[in-house]
Design a protein around this ligand. Sequence first.
Ligand code: MEV
Length: 317
Amino acid sequence: MAAVSASAPGKIILFGEHAVVYGQPAIAAPLTAVQVTATAEPGAPGSGLVFYAADLGQTVAVTEATPDNPFFNALIYPAQVLLQHLRAPTPDLRLTVRSTIPIASGLGSGAALATAIMRALAAALGAPLTDDALNPLVYEVERRHHGTPSGIDNTVIVYARPVYFVRGTAPQTFAVARPFTLLVADSGQSSPTRLTVADVRDLHDADPPRLDALFARIGAIARAARQGIETGDPDSLGPLMDENHALLRELTVSSERLDRLCQAARDAGARGAKLSGGGRGGAMIALVDETKIAPVTAALGRAGALRVLATRIAGGP
Ligand code: MEV
């Protein structure tokens, strides 16, 4: 068998995170500037499945791994889910995994790792998967990362195209009538989505009517944003991003640093800004005109962003 490689992009949530867990619509897009790549090569007979996490220089054998292994959720569990799905015994393979997606950054590293690993493994076993077959398997892994995922992260990463997503329904694609540019900044604060999703659940349990009203307002923003994107009015997204960020603050999932980064972006000329993903750290996004890419990038750096990427949202069905 020759070596087989597969990859998966990161993701950004444009509108609707957290509310999407409760049935409201959300909009997400792939972030192709960051990627996970998995390469499967034949291993020695009897070696079993061995992962090599190249960025960390660490090797992990599936046979030795128990759920308390720090690599279990990210590397081993996706392989187990896939092997179970294919009803295949553990193969003698070496899987090298590389990632440029920062962990716990709100950019979908867990779902991208699972996607790339399952794709490479399935191809190496001669049973390549369609995106439709792969998506529920990656969702299964997401459930392990954080108990009640909406399914938006796995969906946008597996299909690698912008989606309008409502939990429990097929993802909808939409036309981007006029492309627009987003800056994506890593706050440098790592924050597992599992924790913020659990905290929002506690808030919801304590006061369902108040939280449902907040979620409904976020859902209305996501619907308005879709209309702005489809009708070629991306500038309308700026105020919607600011409003969505304010509602996420009310959900207690922002942080002092994320607020500072959003304000710095607006002050430097961004049309709007918000946190993106699970929150309390991780990523934020800012809508910018081409002429504002450089000054807003610089302002985000001064406000403490670890790195800033520009991504263009374009295309459609
Ligand atoms: C995380 O990228 C998005 C959240 O809405 C969680 C989810 O949808 O599963 C915070």
